[in-house]
Design a protein around this ligand. Structure first.
Ligand code: F6R
Length: 364
């Protein structure tokens, strides 16, 4: 049932090109340069009335929510607030009938997420679920549902559910941007999306570049993950993956925060994983990297071709294919999943069933 793979997690990482293709297929009509969201029909007028969007989730789905905030605010220019479900439900959130509550859950059964959904409904918000499991509780209770078509996710560590959530959030951001009159030309964005599965395949074909890092770094006790902007939540997701399956402590920081504290931790025993895409934040990340290197920190950098400076500075470099900044978040995720996976295999932990964790957390 693992189709020749050693673990479900490995199989699910390698299934991502197909999972994303299946998830976006029904939403893209390239002949008419159109996005289709039949399950969430919205008129321009109705969209204009939405004062604010909330996104609520737990764990990996929460990281997807944070990426979603960057996408929606940047493309559609609507304010988005993101909350952990377990915080939202107890903090008397200022949400009302003029707002949209988006609830994200792979399983559709996470107790805190369901409680947050009920809290939002009680306060009058319209609700949209993004879910991977048909017939689970979440879609039954939301006004609207968009499914990710990742297929069953068995490994406890979420992989393909996360990247398919990002794919939906990307298309949803374009949909909102269009409704809000902020996007005239959509075709390139859609073409970028359709190119993505093949780009993921290219990364997966080069998986041994990541695999060979495991024996080199497998004995470290702490890792720091750095990113900026929309890549900061990707750093958070990378750190979570490493923690949960390899039991190595890892922390993610917005790289600009380094100087406000965590820089004190850096020495030759604390490897740093840095996400260094081309674009606005590139020079800033370069200077953060300098700070790591001059403190003898070991640096694993994820970057793009033509970023020569990084190649010369980092101990290890992993190259990511290019796309628009929103979709690159998906591409940067893949090596981080692989890294956590190979580190766990190196350490001999139970990859698919890490200690103390359950696939769906139905307790509060
Ligand atoms: C991490 C992981 C968890 C889940 C979280 C929410 O790899 O799988 O953090 O993301 O428990 O689960 P769902 O998305 O099912 O609500």
């Amino acid at each position: 049932e693992k189709g020749g793979y050693k673990h479900f997690m490995q199989k699910e990482i390698f299934e991502q090109p197909r999972a994303i293709t299946d998830t976006v297929r029904g939403h893209i009509d390239l002949d008419r340069d159109k996005l289709v969201f039949e399950e969430f029909p919205l008129t321009k007028k109705a969209f204009k009335k939405i004062e604010k969007i909330w996104i609520v989730a737990c764990g990996t789905s929460y990281h997807a929510s944070l990426v979603g905030k960057y996408m929606i605010e940047k493309m559609a220019l609507v304010p988005v607030e993101v909350d952990l479900a377990s915080e939202f439900r107890y903090r008397e959130p200022l949400i009302n009938q003029k707002m949209l509550l988006v609830v994200i859950s792979q399983s559709g059964e996470t107790a805190d997420t369901l409680a947050a959904l009920r809290e939002g409904k009680k306060r009058g918000a319209k609700t949209l679920g993004i879910c991977n499991v048909l017939g689970s509780t979440l879609p039954r209770e939301c006004d609207y549902v968009i499914y990710t078509h990742a297929g069953p996710e068995i490994g406890v560590a979420s992989t393909k559910a996360f990247t398919t959530q990002l794919a939906i959030l990307y298309l949803l951001s374009l949909y909102f941007a269009k409704l809000n009159g902020k996007l005239t030309e959509i075709r390139t964005f859609l073409e970028d999306m359709l190119r993505l599965p093949h780009q993921i395949e290219i990364i997966l074909k080069g998986a041994e570049v990541v695999e060979k890092l495991a024996p080199q770094y497998g004995n470290a006790h702490n890792f720091l993950y750095l990113g900026r902007g929309i890549y900061y939540p990707i750093a958070m997701e990378g750190a979570l993956k490493l923690k949960e399956i390899s039991y190595i402590h890892a922390e993610a920081y917005a790289a600009g925060e380094m100087k406000h504290g965590p820089i004190a931790l850096i020495d030759e025993n604390m490897p740093v994983v840095a996400l260094v895409p081309k674009g606005e934040t590139y020079p800033k990340m370069l200077s953060n990297i300098e700070e790591v290197i001059c403190r003898q920190g070991k640096l694993i950098a994820l970057t793009e071709k033509n970023c020569k400076e990084i190649g010369e500075k980092a101990n290890e470099v992993i190259y990511i294919p290019s796309s628009n900044p929103f979709l690159k978040t998906i591409l940067f995720t893949i090596p981080l999943q692989l890294f956590a996976y190979y580190m766990a295999v190196f350490k001999g932990t139970d990859v698919d069933q890490p200690r103390n964790l359950a696939k769906s957390v139905t307790v509060e």
